[in-house]
Design a protein around this ligand. Sequence first.
Ligand code: MLT
Ligand code: ZN
Length: 468
Amino acid sequence: MTMRSSSETASLLDGLRAFIEPAHLRTDADSCLQYGRDWTRLYSPNPLAVALPGSIEQVQQLVIFANHHRLALVPSGGRTGLSGAAVACNGELVVSLERMNRILEFDPVDRSVTCQAGTITEALQNFARDQGLSYPVDFASRGSSQIGGNIATNAGGIKVVRYGLTRDWVTGLKVITGRGDRLDLNRGLIKNASGYDLRHLFVGSEGTLGIIVEATLQLTRPLREPSVMVLGVPNLSGIMAIYGLLRSKLDLSAFEFFSELALRHVLKKGPHRPFDSATPYYVLAEFENPGDIQTDEALELFEHCAEQGWLADGVISQSGNQAKELWRLREDISESIAEHQPYKNDIAVRISRVPALLEEIDGLLAREYPDFEVLWYGHIGDGNLHINILKPATMEPAIFAKKCGAVSPHLFAALQRHGGSISAEHGVGLTKKPYLHYTRDESEVNYLRAIKQAFDPNGIMNPGKLFD
Ligand code: MLT
Ligand code: ZN
């Protein structure tokens, strides 16, 4: 915990007010609470203040000031993260990019857009749509997450099977490094074989190397009339068998799964069951289907899967609205369980390893969590599973976290045996920092430390996150 006397605090705030307007330097309790936390709700926010710079120059001034005073900075986007990477609980200055939310440039020939880091994901998606194009990286928090945060966490989401991760769409980045230098990385180029690509170091860096202030992103053509199927699956083993078949015949843009236990939480909030019968698991598959040309193929595949016993029931959307309703069954899970303060696991293995991993951890979770409600869902087409353990209402959060934490080494050891990652898309932040070694060995982490040292020699950029 950073201990400062009140005169030290006052003098830091005075120094900041010399170049940040008072209205954009907030110290009130509510701002400190809202901007000092993310969606984890596990840590008590305690920032020094919240700065809302309005220009790249101001961000640079802030970083130079922070170096001078050894003031820790926490870059802040939409704070929809689930690993505590945007949490400020140690007297840091939160640097919110939310005022820097303008789309600056669009080039129809390059099919690229340049925007400030605080641009909301959905605003960018809408902008692309208005140009007849698409920014295809998508997830449920699109309405509040920001592009800078998406890049800093290499956000994935629900369309990765077709479109890849945020990294695949970033063609240029302007950053202020932890040293206070301004770098203009890759400048929108598709090809650029001129040495180390520093842009990619900032993708997924979780605010530990510097502050992303501007991004150039590639756009693509929109999906043509996607159809959505939800299939009821009796056994975990059927899920990947269905995936193998569907991806060989359909132009899949999503392949998601969720358990009946997860679905029940969504149904409590309004949506209806996709069909009468309940099955332990469901898959949601989206595929491009212009003029219904793939509908017959999809129905044949459905029949085949049913004959094999891989699925028990299913539904295919008949309209765009029905497709949206079906998507809600998957997309609304996270929000519908938030009140149960879930302990979140976000793991990944290669697709070919999913069946073996599922079999191993299914037994492990049943054994280790006999008294807790364990929900499964995720982007299984990418090899990414979300396993959420719900806190019993009467259990103290600290006791719950301890009990869940005690299981993690077993889960992560299994994951390690299958060559997987302890974080597929939520990031490491604070919650997964103790487990990083299951995925990155010590010599690799030493290289990460050396890179951090090069960009942030005074350790002011989001200290304590990702690794120590
Ligand atoms: C999701 O896939 O719904 C998001 O990653 C959020 C979550 O895992 O809760
Ligand atoms: Zn996810």
